[in-house]
Design a protein around this ligand. Structure first.
Ligand code: FES
Ligand code: FE2
Length: 348
């Protein structure tokens, strides 16, 4: 199982962040995965993704899920800034070639204003995203900030957390006072290669009217009028109600030795611009309550996911699939295809 996890982290592009999340030099995000950290930071010139290790003797540069500090090692002070590695006491390194001393950077690419990172991606980003690229671009041009970072481990294997996020079948029992109050209708699934979209109208007429009445406060040119959820294979979800904010979630396989019982979960709330200052202040309560409700929804999901033993997951088709679980079948098919593509390499 670990081979699947590591090969998925290494072999696929991952949407890490929006350009506006790291506007200032030193702004950073850190993700923990089974193959080690993936950190991304603003070096004053570019957004740099790397393995969060110092090239000198391997110390971790960044801690926590996010923050602002220079990419400067606390051990002996090696610092990366503006594309350059600054090394104190250079004269003491006579016997080695410091021109090769640099961060172990990962590949990056953009889809609109979303930054993707690839350690050893098997395909070009455009190929991996397929039709999902257009959907993502439109969303990215409507986002202007991140207002909440929520990071903890799910006590379950990551594909079980993903499958939970992919099916609305559990909403009434698991989220009776949060997500279920929207009374989401069946909606429509669209499959875009390995990625998928679910769009569902809000069935609760009172909430629908309230949500519609808020549209005039937002400066957006895109947003599904209902509940929208985009799954990017393998570890990323992006969901929204009416396009008024976007919840970006990651479910990475956690670092060894905790794997496979843990999922390195994070969610961030990305907001869209208000039409003016007055609208922004009126929307503050709405955004605050969105943050709180989202956090509660993820805790409810985590509670139920804890009940799933690691061996309750496999890549085999579900034995009793409901129509609400069709995206799980699609996800498992993508996992099987990934493993089949790995097989020749494994036996080589
Ligand atoms: S390990 Fe980072 S400067 Fe020495
Ligand atoms: Fe849920």
């Amino acid at each position: 199982m670990t081979d699947l996890d590591a090969s998925l982290v290494r072999g696929w592009w991952h949407l890490l962040c929006h350009r506006r999340e790291l506007p200032a030099p030193g702004d950073y995000l850190r993700f923990e995965t089974v193959v080690g950290d993936i950190a991304v930071f603003n070096d004053g010139r570019d957004l740099i993704a790397f393995d969060n290790r110092c090239p000198h003797r391997g110390a971790r540069l960044y801690d926590g899920a996010s923050g602002n500090r220079p990419a400067s090692c606390r051990y002996h002070g090696w610092t990366h800034a503006n594309g350059v590695m600054i090394i104190p006491q250079r004269e003491k390194f006579d016997g080695c070639d410091l021109t090769t001393a640099r961060l172990n950077q990962y590949r990056t690419d953009w889809c609109g204003d979303f930054l993707f990172v690839g350690i050893a991606p098997q395909a070009a980003l455009a190929e991996q995203l397929g039709e999902a690229a257009g959907v993502l671009e439109n969303i990215s041009f409507n986002i202007d900030a991140c207002v909440d970072v929520n990071r903890y481990d799910y006590e379950c294997r990551w594909p079980l957390a993903i499958e939970n996020a992919l099916e609305p079948h559990h909403i009434s029992l698991v989220h009776p006072e949060t997500l279920a109050t929207l009374e989401l209708q069946d909606g429509e699934n669209r499959f875009l290669g390995v990625n998928s979209v679910w769009e569902a109208p809000v069935g609760n007429a009172r909430l629908r009217r309230r949500l519609e009445s808020l549209r005039r406060f937002f400066r957006i040119d895109h947003g599904y009028e209902g509940y929208f959820s985009l799954y990017l294979f393998p570890f990323t979800m992006l969901s929204s109600t009416y396009g008024y904010s976007y919840s970006l979630q990651h479910f990475f396989p956690a670092p060894a030795p905790d794997t496979p019982r843990r999922t390195s979960f994070s969610s961030r709330l990305l907001t869209v611009p208000a039409v003016d200052e007055r609208a922004a202040s009126m929307l503050r309560t709405f955004i605050d309550s969105t943050v709180q409700v989202n956090r509660r929804v993820f805790e409810e999901d985590h509670e139920v996911c804890k009940r799933l033993p690691a061996d309750s997951w496999s890549t085999a088709p579900l034995r009793y699939p409901s129509v609400d679980e069709i995206k799980i079948s699609h996800f498992r098919e993508s996992c099987r295809q990934h493993l089949a593509a790995q097989a020749p390499e494994a036996s080589a």
